[in-house]
Write a protein that binds this ligand. Structure first.
Ligand code: PEP
Ligand code: MG
Length: 866
């Protein structure tokens, strides 16, 4: 049982009182009384003018929902005898929501008469009316239509709703304040335990048994003589995070009335758009500003302040964390650290790496509003382009194929959440800013448009009709701009990502903490430029085959494949050599001495064969042989299972001239680029190795090419040769392979494919069934399978390092940019991960957070030992 002075009631828990007056020392914690109660205690500790408040614990509220009731007399006894009260929810994490606040509890006919004297009839009626309306709808659960539709806020409206209440319930409106309070507490406790509230908060990450606390607070009316009213204030712009006093104030009002009041509400700071609180009540405004900055400093967070001014004096009712966009979250964290309020490490920890990607990504479509084919409510900013899908299952299948998709639903329900995870954007016909789709979309950081009722949604026939009658069907590409609410056909040009100084600062701080390298997978000069822009520490994978698919090169490549003799092949390769040399030189130039890891030719030759008649005719012309010969050769070279056929190092062993040419191009480009700038040490990587002997054979030829180039040019250079581990056998035999290589880079795409025996290109067909039935927790091509593939990685690392302690280790599959996979690689002792250039910032931030978390863990362990 609680022994504290503040405990007013018998405890149902060891040391948590059921209800407690909020004082500086009262036993209140987030996990027992919720975030609002804890925040109010902090405000009380700061000596801010907070009205008397009592906090009810999770246990107490749970008991109320089940028919219990704490000692109401003790609670009411904390307040002045004639005080009006309000009750607000206090969940552990404010983002989990809770039932709406109920104000003015204690209003009854007698108080009305008294308040008519002290505050005036209009004010007294407004207070009573608000209470009757919210009690009728939220506590007595009567039809809102009968109570919301009143003409004004005055005495006539009041008698109208009191009569409506009596008509609906056959009872007069309850007059006993204790009875009113009990009914309010009961209805709020039960609302929290209801199924829809539970599903909604679970979708926001709350555990199934999350508790609700309640706070009972003395009302400051916001009505009366002198300057009276209510409002909210925050010190930053919620969209950008830039310093800017935002909010509104409304005279003679309560709660959040000011925000919905339109032009009647005052700006806070002096504003060219209209009158302001600063002008009408300068002292109150100055006090408020001072309170808000004290809260920022001491609560170490940007807070939105809910306040009331009563006869000129300021009262702080509540403080909640300012809701913010990803961009604002970054600015706010950086500014708090720059002002010395939080350490830099904490700023780094405060930004969700996944959401941070938004800061860099295309913020929207220029002028979208005017160009849309339809649209609705812009529920979550950012633009996204993808193929139309109409069910969650289709969205998952599309993601498994690696095809971005926009999920279109009439409205979403919890069953759609998986599909929303898989989609790049969500579009719904129904709903508003707080509908399921909007709430979840914001939670997931997904561009989202809801309530697009000017478009026709036919989910049965899987089509969407635009305002101009144009029909989009499943698979069509559309763009949604969640910043303007516009839906556009195809993929319009996007605004370039904003250069965000704060984000760059945050990433610099992240780099100071990070203990695993981050490189980018980059095949083209554009990719390399992006990699540089995001401060990748080099290129971890350059897939050279993409260079051969370029127009103009494909036919030359085909000529090489069709060459009958080594001499003939050499002649064609001599034409490809300068093209490749230019490719590599461009990359070296851009990377300015940073490591560039070039993977030798990997894909099955099969992929280069002309399958169409036109392609075969073009090739017959280039080669000067009959089309029928080309067709016959194509048939001969076709493979049953090309991904397991003549590809990767197998080409290097059987058609070694291709790798010879590539090695020569790399070395010549190395010498040329080193003359112009920083010395280049190229890394050459052999793909799809499964046996030591393959490495020996290829290494011998590459070394020979290096010697030849050095001799011809009379210049020296160094290079590093490495092996790509993407077959299970290479991982198992890493011990015998590693002495022949400078590095091992794990290609987790192929390694996943071969470990599961599951085609990367076909798995999409059954992946959603597998994930839905819990066969796989996630698609292993997206999230590294740390159990199976991970075990192979660990074996490869241990066996490789045991025989070659200086071996450099990395991964370069798609998993490299995924925060969970980075955690695995860091633990396993990898030197770096390599991911797509746009994921580099996310990876830098995620890696820094892992390093900081482990430092915190280490220091906790140390202090536990002391
Ligand atoms: C891999 O297999 O993981 C890899 C990086 O190579 P690719 O995706 O080109 O097969
Ligand atoms: Mg591969």
């Amino acid at each position: 049982m609680q022994k504290s002075d503040h405990a007013m009631d018998k405890s149902t828990h060891d040391d948590v009182p059921d209800s407690v007056l909020i004082t500086p020392t009262a036993p209140i914690a987030n996990h027992t009384h919720g975030g609002r109660a804890k925040c109010l205690q902090r405000l009380v500790r700061l000596d801010l003018p907070v009205p008397t408040t009592v906090a009810l614990s999770f246990e107490a509220v749970h008991a109320i929902a089940n028919g219990g009731m704490p000692d109401l007399a003790a609670i009411v006894g904390c307040f002045a005898p004639d005080a009006l009260l309000c009750v607000r929810p206090s969940s552990e994490d404010p983002d989990w929501g809770g039932p709406g606040a109920i104000l003015n509890i204690g209003m009854n006919d007698a108080r009305y008469v008294e308040l008519c004297q002290s505050l005036g009839r209009e004010a007294a009626a407004a207070l009573y009316l608000r209470f009757v309306q919210s009690y009728a709808v939220h506590v007595a659960r009567l039809d809102p239509d009968a109570f919301d539709d009143v003409e004004d806020n005055g005495p006539d409206a009041l008698s109208e709703v009191l009569s409506a209440y009596e008509a609906e319930t056959d009872e007069p409106f309850p007059q006993d304040p204790a009875e009113q309070l009990a009914a309010v507490l009961r209805s709020m406790a039960r609302a929290w335990e209801g199924t829809s509230a539970r599903l909604l908060r679970q979708a926001k990450g709350a555990p199934a048994d999350a508790g609700l606390g309640l706070v009972v607070q003395e009302m400051v009316p916001g009505y009366g003589q002198g300057e009276c009213g209510s409002g909210v204030l925050q010190l930053v712009n919620p969209g950008t995070g830039m310093p800017q006093i935002t909010g509104r104030y409304l005279s003679q009002s309560q709660g959040r009335d000011a925000l919905g009041a339109g032009t009647e509400a005052l700006y806070l700071e002096r504003d060219a758009r209209g009158p302001s609180l600063e002008e009408s009540a300068p002292e109150a405004f100055a006090d408020l500003k001072a309170h808000a900055s004290l809260m920022r400093r001491r609560l170490r967070e940007e807070m939105q302040v809910e306040f009331v001014i009563q006869s000129g004096g300021v009262h702080i009712l509540d403080g909640v964390r300012v809701t913010r966009t990803a961009q604002a979250a970054v600015r706010i964290a950086v500014a708090l650290a720059e002002d010395g309020i939080i350490p830099r490490e904490e700023a780094v920890m405060r930004v969700d790496p996944r959401l941070s990607a938004e800061v860099l990504h295309r913020p929207g479509v220029p002028d979208a509003q005017g160009r849309g084919n339809g649209g609705g409510i812009a529920a979550r900013p950012g633009a996204a382009t993808g193929r139309l899908v109409f069910t969650a299952a289709e969205a998952q299948a599309s993601a498994a194929r690696g095809e971005p998709c926009i999920l279109v639903r009439r409205e979403t329900s919890p069953e759609d959440v998986r599909g929303m995870h898989a989609a790049v954007g969500v579009l719904t016909e129904r709903g508003g800013m707080t509908s399921h789709a909007a709430v979840i979309g914001r939670g997931l950081g997904l561009p989202c448009i809801v309530g697009a009722s000017n478009m026709k949604f036919d989910t049965r026939r899987k089509q969407l009709t635009a305002v101009d009658g144009r029909v989009f069907v499943r698979g069509d590409i559309i763009t949604i701009d969640g910043s303007s609410g516009a839906v556009l056909a195809g993929q319009p040009e996007m605004l370039e990502a904003a250069e965000d100084g704060a984000f760059q600062t945050l990433l610099t701080w992240a780099d100071d903490q990070r203990d695993i390298g981050i490189r980018a997978n980059a095949d083209t000069p554009e990719d390399a430029e992006t990699a540089r822009k995001f401060n990748a520490q080099g290129i971890g994978l350059c897939r050279t085959e993409h260079m051969f698919f370029e127009p103009g090169r494909l036919t030359v490549m085909r000529e090489m494949i069709f060459a009958e003799t080594s001499k003939g092949r050499a002649a064609v390769l001599a034409r490809l050599l300068p093209m490749q040399r230019d490719d590599f030189q461009a990359l070296f130039r851009i990377m300015e001495g940073l490591p560039v890891c070039i993977r030798l030719f990997d894909p099955p030759l099969h992929e280069f064969l002309p399958t169409s008649k036109t392609g075969q005719r073009e090739l017959s012309e280039a080669l000067g042989i009959p089309v029928s010969d080309v067709t016959r050769r194509v048939e001969e070279m076709e493979e049953y299972n090309p991904m397991l056929g003549l590809r990767g190092v197998r080409l290097g062993v059987t058609v070694p001239e291709i790798y010879d040419m590539q090695a020569r191009a790399i070395f010549e480009a190395t010498l040329d680029a080193s003359k112009e700038g920083e010395p280049v040490v190229p890394e050459i990587m052999i793909p799809l190795v499964s046996a030591k002997r393959e490495v020996e054979l290829v290494k011998a030829r590459i070394d020979a090419v290096a010697l030849a180039v050095k001799a011809e040019r009379g210049e020296d250079f160094t290079y590093r040769l490495g092996v790509m581990v993407e077959t299970p056998r290479a991982a198992l035999r890493a011990g015998e392979i590693s002495p022949h290589t400078a590095f091992l880079s794990f290609g987790t795409n192929d390694l996943t494919q071969m470990t599961y025996g599951m085609s990367r290109d076909d798995a999409g067909r059954f992946m959603s069934a597998y994930v839905n039935q819990g066969v796989f927790p996630e698609d292993p091509f997206h999230v590294l399978d740390t159990d199976g593939v991970g075990e192979l990685l660990k074996l490869g690392v241990q066996r490789g390092r045991a025989e070659h302690p200086d071996l450099t280790l990395s991964i370069c599959g798609e998993h490299g940019g995924n925060p969970e996979s980075i955690a695995f690689c860091r633990e396993a002792g990898f030197d770096y991960v390599s991911c797509s250039p746009f994921r580099v910032p996310v990876a830098r931030l995620a890696a820094a957070q892992l390093a900081i978390s482990s430092q915190i863990g280490d220091s906790r362990k140390k202090s536990a030992k002391l």
